[in-house]
Design a protein around this ligand. Structure first.
Ligand SMILES: Cc1cc2nc3c(=O)[nH]c(=O)nc-3n(C[C@H](O)[C@H](O)[C@H](O)COP(=O)(O)OP(=O)(O)OC[C@H]3O[C@@H](n4cnc5c(N)ncnc54)[C@H](O)[C@@H]3O)c2cc1C
Length: 538
């Protein structure tokens, strides 16, 4: 992964002229570019890890080769991929770096590292794919003398496959593409494709309650987790892998979404599905977002939900078309069906066996037509599919053009969705207008449930050079306050991390937060696990 952005060194997606023009005119850019500094200019402090702690860590993971303190390793592990982290990284000023990066290869080695870290007072930040977008990987030492990043890349692979029960057991560090490739050999799929799919680890997805693009069909990651094994500073905690159980509250639910503050997820037992024989994605245009959302509600509540649903408002549709065109040759053709029409775009998709797919599609499309939708065919669906993992590449280019580019997300009930969208949009607009940088704010429903839906806001504005942090914070605080005031969730799928920690109590309640802290104090008595995230103080 590129240290200052997304993807491998050889892949970039330059903005098309049309997109650059849209940004220039709507955001008032001055056309200047902002390149990242050279790697040698990135400032990291001298490592603080004591010699004794280093030696014990080396013994825990099988040798000095697996405890690294070279600048590049430390820089790559100095955070995730949030807007602010990328801005700081490109400027050569990450918010700290771990004192060492440690690579365990087994559950037992993770247990040994955590015992050592507790004894030597070293904070531990579990590192899966490194794609956190909420500051979940910030190398905060908290009350400890040093901080290590615990990279789980060596803890990878599928252990067992049970095609009859449709379950697999898998090591937590396994990356999304490697997992899907291994499952394909058995004609299976997990079907979990977040926008960050190319780099995520399955353990990181579980630790953040991640949601994939086809969540309406395959479910959220937490719905696919049958059992989980976690290494804590005081030993192993495992929730049995059973299809269902009434044996008290589900421990699994305490571990999933715990963001590394209780321990390290080392292995998972997952429910998988038979690999689909066919996939079909297509576009439907509606006159208004509210009308389209209402049609979608009917579809979902009539049990006709497609596997993929992406409903964009007018601004998001324009951004999608412009960004999509940057992303692939197929895109311009695909969006042709949309050109010249006013309205909003809904991408819908089905994955499955031939007959059931046709039947399900007919049910959905009948209801969408009845709700005012006009189908525009598969070209737009193909264009979406071709660009489905392009967003982070495009964001790198936007940052290079001096654009504040971020996504804020939440979820609310169907009854409150339109007011929620309006109030959050207005709050972001007001905050960025006050900074003198009028933004473009688009919104999208990308996950639909019986009782409500997610809302993701794409925010683009001229970045105030040198004041990016204050500008972003103004928008983020305004959006978060509006979300909380509306009674919606502070995060539908990115998690709490550091960036949402101040808002956790508003959602979980004071007793909820203190209960989680009590559990943490039990499992992590010296407070070494991921300080400053979720519900921990520092
Ligand atoms: C461009 C972009 C698009 C994104 N799109 C989506 C999306 O569509 N859906 C979505 O859900 N998310 C999305 N995300 C957010 C991010 O990809 C998810 O939160 C993902 O689940 C993180 O997985 P990871 O393996 O990269 O974890 P990391 O980023 O490495 O870690 C995330 C958090 O979990 C902890 N952690 C990691 N592994 C473990 C473990 N094994 N045990 C305990 N704690 C652990 C870390 O300490 C950290 O706090 C996006 C991010 C980016 C940058």
């Amino acid at each position: 992964m590129r240290w200052w952005g997304w993807g491998r060194e050889d892949r970039r997606l330059p903005l098309t002229r049309a997109f650059a023009k849209l940004l220039d005119t709507r955001l008032g850019l001055d056309g200047s570019s902002r390149e990242p500094v050279a790697l040698a200019e990135v400032a990291v402090a001298e490592p603080a890890l004591s010699e004794r702690a280093r030696q014990r860590l080396e013994e825990s993971v099988g040798g000095a080769a697996w405890v690294r303190s070279d600048p590049l390793s430390r820089i790559i592990h100095s955070g995730g991929k949030s807007y602010l982290e990328l801005v700081r990284m490109r400027a050569g000023a990450p918010l700290g770096a771990p004192d060492a990066v440690v690579f365990p290869a087994s559950h037992e080695q993770v247990l040994a590292v955590l015992a050592t870290a507790s004894a030597e007072r070293v904070a531990v930040v579990p590192f899966g794919g490194g794609t956190s977008i909420v500051g979940g990987l910030a190398p905060t030492p908290g009350a400890q003398h040093a901080v290590i990043s615990l990279d789980l890349a060596r803890l990878a692979g599928v252990y067992t496959v049970d095609p009859r029960s449709l379950t697999i057991s898998v090591a937590a560090g396994t990356r999304g593409p490697a997992l899907e490739a291994a499952l394909a050999e058995h004609h299976l799929t997990l079907g979990h494709y977040p926008d960050s799919f190319e780099f995520v680890s399955i353990g990181g997805c579980a630790a953040t309650r991640s949601v994939g693009q086809a969540s309406s069909g395959y479910g959220r990651i937490d719905q696919a987790i049958q059992g989980v094994r976690i290494a804590t500073p005081i030993g192993e905690l495992a929730s049995a892998a059973l299809p269902a159980s009434a044996a008290g509250p589900a421990l699994r639910e305490l571990i999933v979404g715990s963001e590394g503050v209780l321990g390290v997820i080392t292995g998972l037992l997952m429910r998988v599905r038979t690999r689909p024989a066919r996939q079909r994605y297509e576009g439907v245009v509606f006159e208004t977002f509210a009308g389209a959302a209402e049609a979608l509600r009917t579809v979902v509540q009539d049990h006709a939900t497609p596997d993929v649903v992406r409903l964009s408002d007018e601004i998001q549709t324009a951004i999608l078309m412009a960004a999509g065109e940057s992303a692939g040759r197929r895109a311009p053709l695909g969006w042709r069906g949309l050109r010249g029409r006013d309205g909003v775009l809904m991408i819908v998709g089905w994955e499955g066996q031939r007959d059931s797919l046709d039947r399900r599609r007919l049910h959905t499309m009948t209801l969408l037509r009845r709700g005012g939708g006009t189908p525009i065919g598969v070209q737009s669906g193909r264009a979406w599919a071709a660009a489905r993992f392009a967003a982070p590449y495009v964001r790198d280019e936007l940052l290079g053009h001096g654009v504040l580019a971020d996504q804020f997300e939440t979820a609310g009930t169907w009854s409150g969705l339109e007011p929620l969208r309006a109030t959050v949009t207005a709050a972001i607009m007001e905050a960025l207008n006050a900074c003198g940088t009028p933004p473009l704010v688009g919104s999208q429903i990308s996950h639909a449930y019986d009782t409500g839906a997610s809302l993701t806001f794409t925010v683009l504005a001229r970045a105030l050079e040198g004041q990016e942090e204050a500008q972003w914070r103004a928008a983020k605080d305004a959006a978060s306050a509006a979300i909380v005031r509306a009674g919606a969730t502070i995060s539908h799928h990115h998690g709490i991390g550091r960036d949402h920690a101040a808002w956790a109590e508003a959602e979980l309640g004071a007793l909820g937060v203190s209960s989680l802290r009590a559990l943490k104090a039990h499992l992590d008595p010296f407070g070494v696990m991921n300080p400053g995230k979720l519900v921990t103080e520092y």
